[in-house]
Design a protein around this ligand. Structure first.
Ligand code: NCD
Ligand code: ZN
Length: 352
């Protein structure tokens, strides 16, 4: 039996939702992860420090009282955001970052930003106070093909924004393209990128070949195979610019298996098994810890978690296809490959 031991990982991009879905999914992440950056795209969104405090309390109430999991809260940037509220919430440790959604880019992004110039005062205050900005990097123009939206965003929005506010620390969330990899790699100390679990595993064929497969539909949408290979090379490189943000984004099955299905892959339960498999395939198991437990913490100015987890390799393990939730079942991401690694201590109980 082979084993690897890592610092307890962190998830730098996670959707926990609210109410019944929160209660169902929060323990899945807390079992394996020390901390997670919590996305603020609730309905209504988490826009003020007071909203973040109330949401953090609801998250903690959904977890066992002895949990060591720490939610790292974010605020949803709008054109009405008050720079002083952001800076005050960050100074007290209530929030860790602010999230920029271009209006209309993804799930619950209607109150997002239409014109980045209109949030310039907030971005300048954040740069000054050292508050990082998490960016959903897709343009929403109807004439831009959905598979090109990330690359066009870098040229038209991200690069001009970073030049206009040079001190701003930026995380390109869930990059999906070789252009995203190249831009993050060249961005210096103030730029980093998260990569999801599922974008290391699927290309766009998973969504469309042999029928429409809604559980592989997420945003940004998976791209061509050469982009997936660029993401795998980046994630397994050990480079400080790249770290894990699972973007585990649960929706009940009824909201995905329908005429207009929601975007999002739910990966919280089996993410570490999948990542270990991917890193083993790439001959990079020795860099798994950098990707999921060291690089992100360093970028955010956090100490790595003191606790450690052990992953063991053995016969293939199977996770339940769905997790139960009072609002309806939630399908777990199926990586379409055997998984040989599982978390040994405190792990989910994969079905043999
Ligand atoms: C996310 C969601 O459902 O909230 N969906 C997704 O496909 N990733 C939103 C997002 O991160 O874009
Ligand atoms: Zn997300």
């Amino acid at each position: 039996m082979e084993e690897i031991t890592l610092r307890r990982p962190d998830d730098f991009h996670l959707h926990l939702r609210d109410d019944a879905v929160l209660r169902a999914v929060a323990p899945e992440t807390a079992r394996h992860f020390g901390r997670a950056i919590i996305m603020p795209n609730l309905v209504p969104p988490v826009v003020t420090g007071d909203d973040a405090r109330a949401y953090r309390d609801r998250i903690m109430a959904a977890l066992p009282s002895d949990t060591s999991f720490e939610p790292l809260m974010t605020l949803y940037l709008t054109e009405q955001t008050d720079p002083a509220d952001v800076v005050a919430a960050h100074r007290t440790g209530l929030i860790t970052a602010v999230k920029l959604y271009p209006a209309g880019a993804t799930t619950n992004s209607a109150s997002g930003v239409r014109d980045v110039d209109r949030v310039r005062p907030v971005l300048e205050a954040m740069a000054e106070a050292g508050v990082p900005l998490c960016v959903h990097g897709e343009v929403t123009d109807a004439d831009i093909d959905i598979f090109d939206r990330e690359a066009v965003f870098i040229d038209r929005v991200l690069d001009p924004m970073r030049r206009a506010v040079p001190g701003l620390r930026v995380i390109m969330e869930h990059i999906t393209t070789s252009e995203g990899v190249a831009y993050a790699r060249d961005g210096g100390d103030s730029l980093a990128a998260t990569i999801t679990t599922h974008h290391l595993v699927i290309n766009r064929n998973a969504i469309l070949v042999g029928g429409i497969r809604p559980h592989y539909y997420c945003l940004p949408v998976a791209k061509r195979e050469h982009h997936r290979l660029a993401l795998r090379a980046a994630a397994t490189s050990g480079e400080a610019s790249f770290f894990l943000g699972t973007d585990s984004a649960p929706h009940v099955d009824a909201a995905k298996e329908t005429g207009c299905g929601c975007a999002g892959c739910f990966t919280a339960s089996n993410t570490l098994s999948i990542l270990a498999e991917v890193f083993e395939q790439e001959g990079a198991l020795d860099r798994l810890e950098a990707f999921c437990a060291l690089n992100g913490a360093a970028f955010y100015g956090l100490e790595p978690n003191a606790a450690r987890i052990t992953l063991r390799r053995g016969r293939p393990v199977a996770y339940p296809a769905k997790i139960d939730c009072e609002a309806g079942p939630i399908t777990l991401f199926d990586p379409m490959m055997d998984l040989h690694w599982q978390v040994a201590d405190g792990g989910a109980a994969p079905v043999a």
